[in-house]
Design a protein around this ligand. Structure first.
Ligand code: IFM
Length: 460
């Protein structure tokens, strides 16, 4: 058997550092048309021929809608502090406006109670991409009215669950919704228009700011924030064109979100580049965008290397690649965290997703996923290094608890630390889950002894 990677130093992390695992509704729940749930844009997108690599859908997924209690027992067995999940908007409001679906709300009520009774903090996300299809028919995120529908939805969910939920994230990865969903068109709703994508990104962030204001106005006690997918962007060479391209990519994927959220302005170089494709911004919008947050969430998987010609081949880096073809580059996480800390005034920062897809084999009830274990260990060490250098890190969550529906890749890519046999829905803890569990036990032991008298832990 392969050796386990050593544990990152236990005392690198503050005592109240939050360790967790993450999932999202569409990727695990199934129950796609059950108990009054309406269709989402991803239900519709899955029906488009060729949209999903294995022609699958979220109809059943991990059947978490029925197996949630056993899944929470699994979460509990890992010893995490928090569980990040998302609410499916069309499950609780099938048309995205008007009537609420009591059975859908009851499901999340039970889920939150189930977490609290197991001593796990619920970390709720309102929008992990599954917009009600009925709203898409009225223009989706490109329509300003959707902003107001989202604020109503946020208010209702917070009224129902906010008393027990530790944090509420408005949107997960707005860049993905805007760019992959509306510019490249390989994600739902499958639109290919840069102008639409930029308007969508503005509406997502506007709805985020308005939702924060609305939730605070109604006395919501949960901590509020957003989760961005960010990467350090590097030029492939020292060539001036490559450097300019990298600066633009950084503008479009990092500064486009960070600048308005923290400084109340879109980056001027990106606006100039976009020209007529820049979004329509109404008076007062920019002020709303910078509504203070209680936390910023960051999802990190890899860095991005760009060249003006587009000719850079990721294999040239010589680093290992995951099953997604993404370079394993943990030092990029430290680099990114230091840069965010340097360039913006940040609230407490969480890594809300980090993990890797690899080809797994289940043999005799075990999955020896040494590459995933190593990936997680090295990224946790990268967070420790950022903390050491002064970044206000508050938590780290593994993506993902379960193998699940990986969007346009269907079920072909497995990100879980728990293996799912989709034919039987049997769950098996992979070695990465066992490693994470043991690491968290070591963390807890370290919390119990004074920092000065402890040693660093060695891996099991
Ligand atoms: O599975 C996704 C998740 O839904 C959002 N962040 C990236 C993950 C891996 O691609």
């Amino acid at each position: 058997m392969n050796p386990s990677p050593p544990f990152p130093p236990a005392h690198a992390f503050p005592r109240d550092f939050v360790w967790g695992v993450a999932t999202s509704a569409f990727q695990i729940e199934g129950g796609a048309a059950e108990d009054g749930k309406g269709p989402s844009i991803w239900d519709a997108f899955c029906r488009v021929p060729g949209a999903i690599a294995d022609a699958s859908s979220g109809d059943v997924a991990c059947d978490h809608y029925h197996r949630w209690a056993a899944d929470l027992d699994l979460v509990k067995s890992l010893g995490v502090d928090a569980y990040r999940f998302s609410v499916s908007w069309p499950r609780v409001q099938p048309d995205g406006r008007g009537e609420w679906n009591a059975k859908g709300l009851d499901f999340y009520d039970r889920l939150v109670d189930g977490l609290v009774s197991r001593g796990i903090q619920p970390y709720l996300t309102l929008n992990h991409w599954d917009l009600p299809e009925a709203l898409q028919a009225r223009g989706g995120w490109a329509a300003r009215d959707t902003v107001h529908r989202f604020v109503d939805y946020a208010r209702h969910v917070a009224r129902r669950l906010g008393d027990r939920v530790a944090t509420i994230t408005t949107h997960n990865e707005p860049w993905v919704i805007a760019t992959l969903g509306h510019e490249h068109g390989n994600f739902a709703p499958g639109i290919k228009s840069r102008a639409t994508a930029m308007q969508v990104s503005h509406h997502l962030m506007l709805s985020h700011g308005l939702a924060l204001q609305a939730l605070r106005a109604q006395g919501c006690k949960s901590r509020l924030g957003i989760v961005l997918n960010l990467s350090p962007i590097r030029a492939a060479t020292d060539d001036a064109d490559d450097i300019a391209q990298a600066r633009l990519e950084d503008g479009r994927s990092v500064r486009w979100y960070m600048d308005p959220l923290f400084n109340g302005a879109y980056p001027p170089d990106v606006l100039e580049h976009l020209g007529r494709d820049a979004p329509r911004v109404e008076a007062g919008d920019l002020e709303t965008l910078r509504t203070p947050m209680d936390f910023l969430g960051l999802n990190y998987y890899t860095r991005s290397v760009v060249s003006a010609s587009g000719a850079w081949d990721i294999k040239a880096s010589g680093k290992p690649l995951t099953d997604m073809g993404w370079e394993v580059y943990p030092e990029g996480l430290t680099e990114l965290l230091l840069r965010l800390h340097r360039d913006w005034r940040l609230p407490p920062l969480y890594v809300k997703e980090n993990g890797a897809a690899f080809q797994d084999s289940l043999v005799d009830g075990r999955v020896h996923d040494i590459e995933r274990t190593d990936y997680i260990a090295r990224h946790i060490a990268a967070v420790a290094e950022a903390l050491r250098q002064g970044v206000p890190m508050a938590g780290y969550m593994v993506w993902s608890l379960l193998d699940n529906f990986e969007w346009a890749s269907g079920y072909e890519k497995r990100f879980g630390i728990v293996h799912v046999d989709y034919a039987t829905q049997r769950r098996t803890l992979k070695d990465s889950a066992l490693w994470y569990r043991d690491f968290l036990q070591a963390q807890k032991a370290a919390r119990r002894v004074p920092a000065s008298s402890s040693n660093e832990f060695a891996g099991s």
